[in-house]
Design a protein around this ligand. Structure first.
Ligand SMILES: [Zn+2]
Length: 87
């Protein structure tokens, strides 16, 4: 690294400054997910399930997020419901 007495910076540092594009930093993906979830929850809370594409997104997200609380799994429950009762 060469120190530039004029600017008081090392050359690579100055080069990096000039190469960094001036675009906003990419959004934090987790923040975007929280925002989307909040939006979808507010949609169905306010208007109820109206059947639009946002409602369908809400139901898909809900199914994924709550799947660990589904015990036994819906498929297992459904199969179990068709079994004859034990005598
Ligand atoms: Zn809707």
């Amino acid at each position: 690294m060469n120190f530039n007495a004029e600017s008081g910076e090392t050359e690579p540092a100055r080069a990096a400054q000039t190469l960094v594009p001036r675009v906003p930093a990419p959004a934090d993906e987790n923040e975007v997910m929280f925002d989307q979830l909040e939006y979808l929850v507010e949609h169905v809370t306010g208007e109820g399930l109206c059947g639009c594409s946002d409602c369908r997104r809400y139901l898909r997200a809900r199914a994924v997020l709550l799947e660990i609380f589904e015990y036994p799994a819906p498929a297992v429950r459904k199969a179990a419901a068709t079994l004859p009762e034990a005598a």
